[in-house]
Design a protein around this ligand. Structure first.
Ligand SMILES: Nc1ncnc2c1ncn2[C@@H]1O[C@H](COP(=O)(O)OP(=O)(O)OP(=O)(O)O)[C@@H](O)[C@H]1O
Length: 700
């Protein structure tokens, strides 16, 4: 297959010029002259030796045959093969004719005419396959045009003289990757990523298609993932063949990226934050996560949904109806007290594992606690976490719940205590900064206000809500990578049913030591879950709230004592759903516990509208994101924001409580004063909460 390379002239000019004294032809003219002279010399030699003309015929045939074979071996195009054969037949025919006694004048004239013809047709001989310069990839011929277009396009839009080294079509046919080398003049991946929208527009990509800019093989290269067909518009059913027995050490699938590759996340050590407006597919996403984690032999899912428990209902139904031996979700809470008991239990378990897990770590010679079916990771999946985590008025229980979840996220990474948080919004005091910062996996489904995505993804320049196509599509960021558009698999109620039965059969139990630590709150949870989520008579009973404290660490776990309530011991599909105890408070040892305070959450109140950030604050955050630094000297920040002097910048930021740091710090070998990203973020949070008075907008 023929190829071509796309190299800029400038690079070619950099090659040092050398004199070449070899007889190797350098072009069509020199090649033709050399060939004609060589042929004349052979003809004169044959005349002097008085050779038989048949020798000329034999030599011609042999040369033509060798030419055909070598052309096939070199995969030359048909035109090159014909040209070479024509040359050998013409030269051989002329030689045979002269050996047979042609006149000198005729022989010379014919030789000149033949040489002229061969020289004129010489471009046909050129194989389109050229050797690449060292270190350069080749571009397939059918994409060579695309490569050249992209090279020109990037140069025009980004004003960077890049080299396109390869264009590779996706197997799905939905787009292609453009591999780009950056010039050694200071351009970085951010230089290109900042123009991804402009590149998509310049390439006239259809709506919903775009350009994602990813790191290349080395720091001086980038890969542009260009989608030309909007795969995100398609519905992607949950893969039916995903069985149980997976591991939390493997990626958990959420759906697909534009190129149909798996959108997977590694959750063993990573907390997750997902935001999205109502109807964006958040609940479906949490279902996909519940299924993905639930499939693991070394992980357990606990749910908190204080908006009526809708997240857990379908997952519990097969168990409630006696079609699964255990609930797929090991513990589900729909009221604040239950949720607090759960979160405190998880914190206690994690704290205990910090000591009790030491022997395991030593045995495995690792600092990260090894988890397996006997010691599973705990995931608390929280739907609509802003109701718990937002600043402002809250009951004591909610405040304690928030503190416990934050603590779990903060201390639980190593010991396998993990949090997945979803929220309608991520900014404006809805989700604490620390929760966002500690969430290595961030997912932004469709939101009303782009600033929510900007806030979640720290002003990554590649974010364009136009890339999203509707429910189930969003941006996914893992680690420090740029967020990528993806489409979540769709889990329909019947799929959840299938998964819930499978998981209920196969999932691990909480380890006995942890069960002891979690105490009665854990041991009796199934009874409360039946009342809270069950149908029929059990569901009609009021769900008693656990009296605090329920989950107190028990110092020395003794023999296992799970299954203390009658519902846990039934253990088989054939058992009918047990009737509720006569006294609804029985499960709490006969204690008369008042029902959960209804006012703990105003579940119907809509989320507060976001207070928009002043433009100068938004742009300051964006400047930090572009600089990929958490501190910036005043001069470059002023320049990035278009202020004439650092003093002008200071004046513009002061009304928002953003001031330069007291101490100078080193950047680029210079110690100067400047600004801290944390200060700007704190100010943004406070503005969102309405704590800072509106100040007159000052722009450059
Ligand atoms: N991945 C997906 N593919 C296709 N459709 C989806 C997907 N995810 C969600 N939907 C559809 O979008 C609608 C809303 O989904 P979902 O209930 O998950 O959104 P939500 O953000 O949780 O909304 P709410 O907060 O109002 O419950 C549903 O009708 C669902 O079928």
């Amino acid at each position: 297959m023929s190829t071509m390379s796309a190299r800029p002239a400038s690079r070619r000019r950099q090659q040092p010029a050398r004199l070449d004294w070899s007889l190797t032809p350098r072009g069509a003219v020199s090649g033709t002259v050399q060939g004609a002279l060589a042929l004349s010399a052979v003809a004169i030699g044959a005349d002097i030796a008085d050779l038989d003309p048949l020798i000329g015929v034999s030599a011609t045939m042999a040369a033509a045959t060798i030419s055909v074979l070598t052309s096939f071996h070199a995969q030359r195009p048909p035109a090159a093969l014909l040209y070479r054969m024509g040359c050998w037949l013409g030269a051989g025919g002329w030689l045979t004719w002269t050996m047979a006694g042609a006149g000198l004048r005729e022989a010379v004239l014919t030789l000149l005419a033949g040489a002229g013809l061969a020289g004129g047709l010489a471009p046909l001989a050129r194989s389109r396959k050229r050797a690449a310069a060292p270190g350069q990839e080749l571009v397939l011929a059918r994409t060579a045009q695309s490569a050249e277009q992209w090279q020109r396009r990037i140069q025009a839009v980004c004003r960077v003289p890049v080299t396109v080294t390869n264009v590779i079509a996706w197997p799905t046919g939905a787009g292609y990757d453009v591999h780009v080398d950056l010039p050694p003049t200071g351009a970085t991946v951010d230089t290109i990523a900042g123009q991804s929208k402009a590149l998509a527009a310049a390439a006239r990509l259809p709506h919903g298609c775009g350009v994602e800019v990813l790191d290349g093989a080395h720091r001086g290269s980038v890969v542009l993932r260009v989608s030309t067909v909007n795969r995100l518009q398609e519905r992607l059913p949950y893969p039916a063949d995903l069985g149980t027995g997976a591991s939390i050490y493997d990626p958990i699938g959420l759906g697909e990226f534009r190129d149909s590759s798996l959108a997977g996340i590694c959750l063993r050590e990573a907390a997750t934050l997902a935001i999205g407006k109502r109807g964006s597919g958040k609940t479906n996403l949490l279902d996909v996560l519940t299924a993905g984690i639930g499939r693991c032999r070394d992980a357990l899912v606990w749910h908190i949904d204080l908006n009526g428990g809708g997240l857990s209902q379908l997952w519990l139904t097969p168990w409630l109806e006696g079609r699964a031996p255990r609930p797929a979700v090991d513990w589900a809470a729909k009221d604040p007290e239950e949720a607090l008991a759960m979160a405190e239990a998880a914190v206690s378990i994690v704290k205990d594992r910090k000591n009790s897990g030491a022997a395991r770590k030593r045995a495995a010679n690792t600092k990260l606690l090894p988890l397996d079916e006997t010691l599973p990771e705990l995931f608390i999946v929280v739907d609509e976490a802003a109701e718990i985590m937002k600043d402002g008025t809250a009951t004591d229980v909610i405040r304690d719940l928030k503190a416990a979840l934050e603590e779990l996220q903060r201390i639980g990474r190593n010991e396998g205590g993990n949090v997945v948080v979803s929220s309608l919004r991520g900014a404006g005091g809805m989700i604490p900064v620390n929760v966002r910062k500690l969430s290595d996996v961030r997912i932004g489904m469709f939101v009303q206000d782009k600033s929510e995505l900007d806030f979640l993804f720290e002003y990554d320049p590649g974010i364009d809500p136009a890339d999203l196509t509707g429910p189930g599509s969003g941006f996914l960021r893992t680690d420090e990578e740029s967020p990528r558009p993806f489409k979540a698999w769709e889990l329909k109620p019947t799929d959840i049913e299938v998964q819930a039965v499978r998981i209920g059969q196969a999932r691990p139990d909480l380890d006995e030591r942890a069960q002891q630590i979690a105490g009665d709150a854990y041991a009796n949870r199934y009874a409360r879950m039946r009342r809270a989520f069950g149908s029929g008579s059990a569901a009609n009973l009021p769900a008693p709230a656990p009296q605090r404290p329920l989950a107190r660490p028990t110092p020395a776990p003794a023999a296992s004592a799970p299954g203390t309530n009658p519902f846990e011991a039934w253990g088989g599909f054939q058992s009918p759903a047990p009737a509720a105890p006569a006294n609804p408070f029985e499960a709490w040892g006969g204690l008369q516990i008042p029902a959960a305070p209804a006012a703990a959450l105003d579940q119907t109140a809509p989320a507060e509208p976001a207070r928009p950030l002043p433009e100068i604050v938004t742009r300051t955050l964006a400047a930090f994101a572009a600089a990929r630094d958490d501190r910036m000297h005043s001069e470059p920040l002023a320049e990035a924001l278009g202020f004439a002097t650092p003093a002008d910048l200071a004046e513009a930021l002061r009304p928002y409580g953003i001031t330069p740091m007291d101490q100078p710090f080193q950047r680029g070998g210079k110690a100067r004063r400047g600004y801290a990203l944390a200060d700007v973020e704190t100010a943004a949070e406070r503005i969102g909460r309405g704590e800072l008075p509106d100040a007159p907008e000052t722009s450059a």
